[in-house]
Structure formats: structure tokens, C-alpha cells
Design a protein around this ligand. Structure first.
Ligand SMILES: Nc1nc2c(ncn2[C@@H]2O[C@H](COP(=O)(O)OP(=O)(O)O)[C@@H](O)[C@H]2O)c(=O)[nH]1
Ligand SMILES: [Mg+2]
Length: 202
């Protein structure tokens, strides 16, 4: 996939601040430190996107980006541009965090997952080195129960020896009750095309 353009749109919390639901949206979530920024960087091939999402004060907000991509063509050019919107969701998994903060996170994510008409795909990133955690099971279950299409990505798979990767992918799929899991490494940049295929609207 060729990334033609990436534009940071805005950060938001409540519904009234969300941009108009005028493009197919792909939301990314995962436990803090799962490798979400690295994954976004690997997908769009530029640092700016993840930098914005890391800016202090923005890590707890929904960050919206417009992305324009196209299939690479054999002639060296590209096919029809596709417009989509990425939404970088705040990390979860701070079970020890203040109760009030967790409640705020939950209500913000719930209103987005249940109320966003243009949300087409929820990408849940799971640490492939660590394996699926209870909070990942909750997240996938939550997304599915709200009727969302869930794509699971196992990050940091480069940390496992090649021969151990297929078994880990199966374990993660089994633990989360999904049919397939995309094995990914932001470091070695594998799984990138597979993930694009799973999120670009047909
Ligand atoms: N080996 C390896 N380390 C990774 C990978 N992705 C992220 N990391 C490391 O994991 C840590 C957290 O990554 P980051 O992308 O900032 O995670 P985020 O908190 O989910 O945005 C950093 O130290 C990264 O270098 C990966 O694919 N392979
Ligand atoms: Mg990050």
C-alpha cells in the first residue's frame, strides 16, 4: 500500500467534539506499551502520527487522522486513492490506576464504540511476546458485543524465534475467540501489508 497523505485532524473526548462521520474509520487500541505507536508508524511510514498521539495531554484523548492510501500498481504508479480515518484510542490496562480515571476512559471508549456510525473496524493490538491478557479479552469481547468488526494484531513477534511464532498466534486467537490474528513487528516491519488488507475498505 502506498500512503499518499496523512493529516492530523483533531483530538477529542466527547461526541460533540468528534469530526463529522464522513469517512470509513479504523480505531486502534491496546494495552499501554503494546506497540501501538510503532504499529501506526509502520503502517503510515512516518513518525508524525504517533508523535501527535504521544503528546502529553493527548494520550488520554481520541486522536483522529485522515489517511489517503492506494494500492501499488505494477507499472510503478498507484491505483484509486482510498480515504479513511484512523482513530488512535487511549491505552488500557492500568488496572492499578485511579478508579475515577478508569471510569472516564471506559465511558469515553464506550460512547465511541457504540455511537460512532462511521466506525468500520476496531483493531485490537495484543503483545505477542507476552500473550493475550485478561484486559485484551475484555476489549475484544466488548468490541464484538457492540457489533464491531474486530481485527487482532499480535505485536513484537520479532522477539520470538521464527518457529515459535505460529503457535503464539494460535494461542492468542484461541484466548480471544477470534478466527485469525495478524502477526506483526513494527521493528522488523512484517505484517504491515496483511494489516492494511484487513483495514482498507473494499
Ligand atoms: N522488539 C520490538 N519492540 C517493539 C515493537 N513495537 C514496539 N516495541 C517497543 O515497545 C515499547 C512500546 O512501544 P510503543 O510503540 O511506544 O507502544 P505504545 O505505548 O503502545 O504506543 C517501545 O520500547 C518499543 O520500542 C516491535 O514490533 N518489536
Ligand atoms: Mg503510544
Amino acid at each position: 500500500m502506498i500512503v499518499l497523505e496523512v493529516d492530523f485532524l483533531k483530538s477529542a473526548t466527547q461526541k460533540k467534539e468528534w469530526p463529522p462521520a464522513d469517512k470509513p474509520e479504523v480505531a486502534f487500541c491496546g494495552r499501554s506499551n503494546v506497540g501501538k505507536s510503532s504499529c501506526l508508524n509502520a503502517l503510515v511510514g512516518r513518525k508524525a502520527l504517533a508523535r501527535v498521539s504521544r503528546t502529553p495531554g493527548r494520550t488520554r484523548l481520541l486522536n483522529f487522522f485522515d489517511v489517503s492510501v492506494a494500492e501499488r500498481s505494477r507499472s510503478g504508479g498507484h491505483g484509486r486513492p482510498r480515504e479513511l480515518r484512523f482513530v488512535d484510542l487511549p491505552g488500557y490496562g492500568h488496572a492499578s490506576g485511579p478508579r475515577e480515571e478508569r471510569a472516564t476512559w471506559k465511558s469515553m471508549i464506550e460512547s465511541y464504540l457504540s455511537g460512532r456510525e462511521s466506525l468500520e473496524t476496531l483493531v485490537v493490538l495484543v503483545d505477542g511476546d507476552l500473550g493475550a491478557q485478561p484486559s485484551d479479552q475484555d476489549m475484544v469481547g466488548w468490541g464484538k458485543s457492540l457489533g464491531r468488526e474486530v481485527v487482532v494484531v499480535a505485536t513484537k513477534l520479532d522477539r520470538l524465534g521464527r518457529t515459535r511464532r505460529p503457535a503464539r498466534i494460535k494461542e492468542v486467537a484461541h484466548a480471544l475467540g477470534v478466527d485469525s490474528v495478524i502477526g506483526f513487528s513494527g521493528k522488523e516491519k512484517f505484517g504491515v501489508d496483511e494489516l492494511w488488507k484487513a483495514i482498507v475498505p473494499r
